[in-house]
Ligand binder design. Structure first.
Ligand code: AMP
Length: 113
């Protein structure tokens, strides 16, 4: 079956895509944990943030920029939002293609569970 997020990036699996460019795709999480819950993925397959290389520095910076754009577009930037990436089993990572959750639209608790 391959990687579920590669399949979304390649349009082999449906997703509610809200933003796409040469490097990334952003789509609605299928199981939202907040009124706004978007996932940003690189088109390039990278399993975990531990696998990021020096050459990916610009990609990560770009993802943060897109997270800010999404927060602004969704109207949650000034209220507050959270950008989360999970790494490996104890964090709860369930899809091994890096993704950055953009969460907002409700009060976020700290520490996270
Ligand atoms: P994580 O647990 O950090 O690896 O996050 C994986 C996220 O991917 C979860 O929030 C899931 O709800 C979400 N997810 C899994 N499959 C899909 C899919 N086909 N479309 C959209 N989101 C998905």
């Amino acid at each position: 079956m391959g990687c579920i997020f590669c399949n979304i990036a390649e349009k082999k699996l449906p997703a509610k895509i809200i933003f796409e460019d040469e490097h990334v795709v952003a789509f609605e999480d299928i199981n939202p944990q907040a009124p706004v819950h978007i996932l940003i993925i690189p088109k390039k397959h990278i399993s975990t943030i531990l696998d990021l290389k020096e050459e990916d520095n610009n990609l990560v910076a770009h993802i943060v920029k897109i997270a800010n754009k999404i927060a602004n577009d969704k109207g949650i930037a000034q209220r507050g939002f959270r950008v989360v990436t999970n790494c490996n089993p104890e964090s709860g990572q369930s899809v091994y293609h890096i993704h950055f959750h953009v969460l907002g639209g409700r009060h976020m608790h700290w520490p996270p569970g």
